[in-house]
Design a protein around this ligand. Structure first.
Ligand SMILES: Cc1cc2nc3c(=O)[nH]c(=O)nc-3n(C[C@H](O)[C@H](O)[C@H](O)COP(=O)(O)OP(=O)(O)OC[C@H]3O[C@@H](n4cnc5c(N)ncnc54)[C@H](O)[C@@H]3O)c2cc1C
Length: 419
């Protein structure tokens, strides 16, 4: 293989990394002596906004995965499936489980990992909600709890099995709580005739005094009412202090009996980012300049969930979400292209487009370019916008078909165990 004169390495093929690489490839794929390399531990990109539907059997988790290889072939960049272990900013090298790779320009966009805030027992006894595997495990855990409860004669144990606690009242926790409610009350109810569904409880625990903190307050209030209508047990100002087998302790002193805890709150940077000797915030996000560069290492850009970016006029940094990641991917790629072409780099600007929250069947809240919607309109908007945002045409068709089939048949609750 010919050794390139220059190598641009993108770490992470998520929203930020794929956007950046596609933009880089548009301009530079045919540039002589230049290599474009994307590294990810998985050979696919996960579309997270629909993950709650995969966690409740409405769609298949695999339909949210876009394979990177066909994209690499089409756009003309190289892909390597490796786990990034460390980044040496001084030597301009990335250490992976498959060896060391040097770079001239580096884009760090490896997303975030769940932060359990040091709560005892939380990391060992909670399910996380980040990956396609997590979604499959959650669906499995719900069905398994119902199978066990169906023949459990001890009332306390049965109640614990039928209580599902979701930690975190952000969009992820709210959407998951609503989706679990619908899965249970529309599909599981008729399959377990010996169970009383009055014994089922879905608890949503949120440490602050409101849900959907990043959303407009009026829309958050509408969402709150929808959740109350579904009899989701909302616990505001409730911080989880301990997760023990079948019991969760809270700051209010209450002990909540549950066999299933799903942790959706808190994000932090992964190990390789956490170890970087640069300025970071308290969640490990790298503090970048207006061009999204690490100030001490201008050849290195940190974007998406890996960076903390705040406009001088704002009180808070931008939240870690897909919209921000995509727009930062474009700016970082353009800045690298500009530098190579000897042009002026530009500062990052952000255009908020849509805040969409699905609240189960025919319910949702949406803020689209400042226009606010709720009810079936918002639900329809959620479905349409995210279907259009799915980057794989094949997956668009598969998901559309799954939605159609779900309106005709009940969900498949078979537990398929691969040992
Ligand atoms: C369940 C869920 C629902 C969400 N819903 C929404 C939503 O509706 N709207 C919205 O705007 N945002 C949503 N988000 C947030 C959004 O997914 C993230 O903010 C966004 O994915 C961040 O993009 P990114 O490119 O920084 O990271 P990611 O998209 O997470 O990509 C990171 C990539 O890096 C790879 N990687 C990580 N570590 C390593 C390593 N050590 N070595 C090699 N590769 C590595 C990963 O495999 C992954 O492909 C949701 C998140 C979750 C978990």
């Amino acid at each position: 293989m010919e050794t390139p004169n220059k190598r641009i390495v993108v770490l992470g093929g998520g929203f930020a990394g794929i956007t950046a690489m596609v933009r880089l490839a548009q301009d530079l794929a045919r540039a002589p002596g230049l290599e474009l390399l994307l590294i990810d531990r998985n050979n696919y990109q996960l579309f997270t906004p629909m993950l709650q539907e995969a966690a409740t059997g409405l769609i298949e988790p695999v339909h949210l995965l876009r394979p990177i290889r066909p994209l690499a072939r089409e756009k003309g960049f190289r892909f390597q499936e490796s786990q990034v272990e460390a980044i040496d900013l001084g030597w301009k090298a990335v250490e992976t489980d498959d060896g060391t790779i040097g770079y001239d320009y580096l884009l760090i966009c490896m997303g975030s990992v769940t932060d359990f805030h040091g709560v005892p027992g939380a990391s060992q006894r909670s399910l996380t909600f980040k990956t396609a595997e997590d979604a499959a495990l959650i669906r499995d855990a719900i069905v398994q709890a119902f199978e066990a409860a169906d023949h459990e004669s001890d009332e306390n144990r049965r109640l614990a099995l039928l209580t599902f606690l979701i930690a975190g009242g952000g969009a992820t926790g709210v959407e998951l709580a609503a989706a679990i409610h619908d899965f249970i009350h529309h599909d599981l109810v008729s399959l377990y005739p010996h169970l009383s569904f009055r014994e089922v409880s879905i608890i949503l625990a949120e440490a602050s005094n409101r849900i959907l903190a990043d959303l407009d307050t009026d829309l958050a209030t509408v969402a709150l009412k929808v959740l109350e209508g579904k009899r989701i047990d909302l616990r505001l100002n409730t911080r989880i202090t301990e997760v023990s087998p079948e019991e969760v302790g809270t700051n209010t002193g209450e002990k909540l009996r549950t066999a299933t805890v799903i942790w959706t709150t808190g994000v932090q940077a992964g190990k390789a980012i956490g170890a970087l000797p640069v300025n970071k915030d308290n969640t490990g996000r790298v503090i970048v300049n207006a061009m999204l560069q690490i100030p001490e290492h201008p050849e290195v850009y940190a974007i998406g969930d890996n960076c903390r970016f705040q406009f001088p006029e704002d009180k808070e940094p931008l939240p870690p979400n897909a919209q921000v990641a995509i727009q930062q991917g474009l700016t970082a790629a353009c800045n690298i292209i500009s530098e190579i072409r000897g042009k002026e780099k530009c500062s990052f600007t952000f255009r908020p487009m849509a805040d969409l929250v699905s609240l189960g069947r025919r319910a949702g809240v949406a803020d689209l370019f400042g226009f606010k919607f709720h009810g079936p309109t918002a639900w329809l908007l959620w479905k349409t916008v995210y279907l259009l945002r799915l980057t794989s045409y094949q997956n668009k068709v598969r998901i559309l078909l799954s939605w159609l089939l779900a309106s005709l048949f009940e969900r498949n609750v078979s537990r398929f165990r691969v040992q």
